[in-house]
Design a protein around this ligand. Structure first.
Ligand SMILES: C[S@@+](CC[C@H](N)C(=O)[O-])C[C@H]1O[C@@H](n2cnc3c(N)ncnc32)[C@H](O)[C@@H]1O
Length: 351
């Protein structure tokens, strides 16, 4: 198990390499990172046995920004026929695993391979179960097979509680037909990622209040209304009429960077496409001054040094709260529905 394999959005391989190298250095795991541009994956090749396992144990997957999925293991060459026997042989030295996911990369080649994976999964699952390797036990690691082609697969393991929630880190969210824009899925994905499902009833509760900055036409507001929240939607643009008919939305034609609510609200969300430093400053003000308890804000990424820039912004936000003496939980992720941006979630812990 010498390699840590990671999936990402195509074009963000350098960011994954920079991020994982920083964590490896912190955890004293020697090795090097590599990732071919637009391959949708990157690797951290450890120079000591057990390095990848140590890296995964010392780092919460949830807190990584650019990797969508990860697994420790190695590449295995497969023959044209009887791939299952070769895989079973390779897995002999592996511990038992509690679940199995077949994955492909988020590229055009990957999409073509997903049909092959669908057909291959059932016979493989049967063979692994018969061999006593797959035991359907959520406490055991998951076997992740990432097919790069029909002839090459990364055979890896990851702990269920310390890896992606969905295969390849891609959520299966259905676009709701009534939602006014596709952006709606971004906020829904953010909630799935940042808020444990068993806390939705209390943290995304009916009768809560929210402000949506840059709300038009209303995809994010629609998600808040779906949770029966009352929303102030701030945007000079027009809001979707059916959404306004819900009676739960007040539309204010105002500048989102100047607007402040009369009374503190539960949620502030912001999808304004602006310089990231400006959106980061909004977060500092709203959470720091107690104008809202939780926030989801998009940060647009620069063209270069994208990981370094995100880290710099997050550190600045953290320093701002430390100076105010306010305790805040901060999460940041490039979600599947994010393009040249990352999504930040903040939760004020101090009263
Ligand atoms: C990406 S769109 C938001 C889409 C929305 N979240 C949805 O799901 O339908 C960005 C919006 O920000 C608005 N906007 C840009 N600058 C703004 C500002 N300073 N204050 C308020 N809204 C602003 C634009 O009018 C635009 O409607």
């Amino acid at each position: 198990m010498t390699t840590l394999f990671m999936h990402c959005r195509p074009g963000f391989e350098n960011e994954v390499c920079a991020e994982i190298s920083e964590h490896a250095a912190r955890l004293n795991v020697p090795g090097y990172a590599k990732g071919k541009t637009s391959s949708a994956c990157a690797e951290f090749v450890c120079s000591e046995p057990g390095g990848a396992e140590r890296l995964m144990r010392g780092q919460a997957f949830f807190q990584l920004i650019f990797p969508r999925q990860w697994a420790r293991g190695m590449f295995v060459d497969l023959p044209e026929t009887d791939r299952i026997s070769v895989l079973l042989k390779h897995l002999e030295g592996f511990p038992l695993f509690g679940s199995l996911w077949l994955e492909v990369l988020d590229t055009n080649d990957g999409k073509e391979l997903s049909n092959f994976c669908k057909k291959f999964e059932l016979p493989l699952r049967k063979a692994l179960t018969k061999a006593g390797k797959l035991v359907e036990d959520a406490t055991k690691p998951r076997l992740l097979l990432t097919f790069k082609s029909g002839r090459e697969v990364f055979v890896g393991l990851a702990e269920v509680k310390n890896s992606a929630l969905w295969p390849m880190g891609i959520p299966r969210l259905k676009f709701p037909r009534e939602a006014p824009s596709r952006s709606t899925l971004k906020l829904e994905e953010a909630w799935h990622h940042f808020i444990p499902r068993d806390q939705w009833e209390t943290r995304l509760a009916p009768a809560m209040t929210a402000v949506d900055l840059g709300a038009a036409p209303g995809g994010w507001t629609w998600q808040l209304v779906r949770r029966h929240m009352r929303v102030i939607a701030v945007d000079n643009g027009a809001m979707d009429e059916a959404l306004m008919d819900s009676g739960l939305v007040e539309h204010l034609k105002a500048d989102g960077f100047l607007f402040k609510p009369r009374k503190p609200v539960d949620w502030m969300v912001c999808d304004i496409v602006e310089k990231p430093a400006r959106n980061a400053a909004l977060l500092e003000t709203w959470i720091g001054e107690g104008l809202c308890r939780e926030a989801v804000v998009n940060l647009k990424l620069p063209m270069k040094q994208r990981y370094a820039e995100v880290r710099r912004l997050l550190e600045r936000i953290q320093d701002g709260f430390a100076a105010r003496g306010v305790r805040v939980e901060i999460g940041c992720k490039q979600l599947y529905h994010d393009r040249e941006e990352v999504t930040c979630h903040l939760r004020r812990l101090s009263k």
